[in-house]
Ligand binder design. Structure first.
Ligand code: PGA
Length: 247
């Protein structure tokens, strides 16, 4: 049985049920040792989530939603990888399409952030994904290859990376990629990974994952888990997605 991953990306939101209640509920889900649960709250809740997360039968892993490339210094507004680790995080999301698009993050910066994360013993959830125009133009794999090369080339410890394939057109739109698209693209990503880092890595799918489509997407060959945004803000929706990964 291979390991699978369920990562909850709250983005700049807080679950309505409250942080403590949410995490306690997750901590009391039936334990499946093959499914790793990761919660990525806004920075200010990392400490709280990691304190509550060990209370139930299972431990929840905590992720930052981003980090800066340097360990410390004059970088107003930023958080470093060692700061995340010191507050209980063991993962960090990097290269999310919102960071790339809204905050103008380029592949070279994302690559340096990945190095900082891995150098500080964090596992990186490295996001890649094409815009709708690229898919329509048949350029999906070209875009993904350039993102993968920018992020992972020359990286030591690439084994501590989970790749999250998140087509930009599927994020927050309610329009998930079809199982056929996911299967074909994950396969293409694996070939690129083999060429660039010489190893296979877990690949999560993200983009409008919900209780309605999780079962079908979890059954797709080559899907090692999900990165969930909107639906992750409700612990009962997230539980239903978790159950689809727990085979
Ligand atoms: P979504 O977001 O599930 O709301 O589409 C996914 C993500 O951006 O990680």
């Amino acid at each position: 049985m291979t390991r699978r991953y369920l990562a909850a990306n709250w983005k700049m939101n807080v679950p309505e049920e409250g942080v403590d209640v949410y995490v306690e509920r997750l901590a009391n889900w039936p334990v499946d040792p093959d499914v790793e649960v990761i919660v990525a709250p806004p920075f200010v809740f990392i400490d709280e989530v990691s304190r509550v997360s060990t209370m139930g039968d299972r431990s929840i892993h905590v992720a930052g939603q981003d980090c800066w490339e340097a360990d410390k210094g004059a970088f107003t507004g930023e958080i470093s990888a060692p700061m995340l680790a010191a507050n209980g995080a063991s993962y960090v999301i990097l290269g999310h399409s919102e960071r790339r698009r809204i905050f103008g993050e380029e592949s070279s910066l994302i690559g340096r952030k990945l190095a900082a994360a891995l150098g500080n013993e964090l596992v990186a959830i490295f996001c890649i994904g094409e815009e709708e125009s690229a898919r329509e133009a048949g350029e999906t794999l070209t875009v993904l290859e350039s993102q993968i090369r920018g992020g992972l080339r020359g990286l030591e410890n690439a084994r501590s990376v989970l790749v999250a394939y998140e087509p930009v057109w599927a994020i927050g739109t309610g329009k998930n990629a079809t199982p056929e698209i996911v299967q074909e693209t994950h396969l293409g990503i694996r070939e690129i990974l083999e060429a660039v880092v010489g190893t296979d890595l877990p690949i999560l799918y993200g983009g409008s994952v919900s209780p309605a489509n999780a079962e079908e997407l979890a059954a797709v060959e080559g899907v090692d888990g999900f990165l969930v945004g909107g639906a992750s803000l409700d612990s009962s929706k997230l539980e239903s997605i978790y159950r689809s990964l727990s085979r």
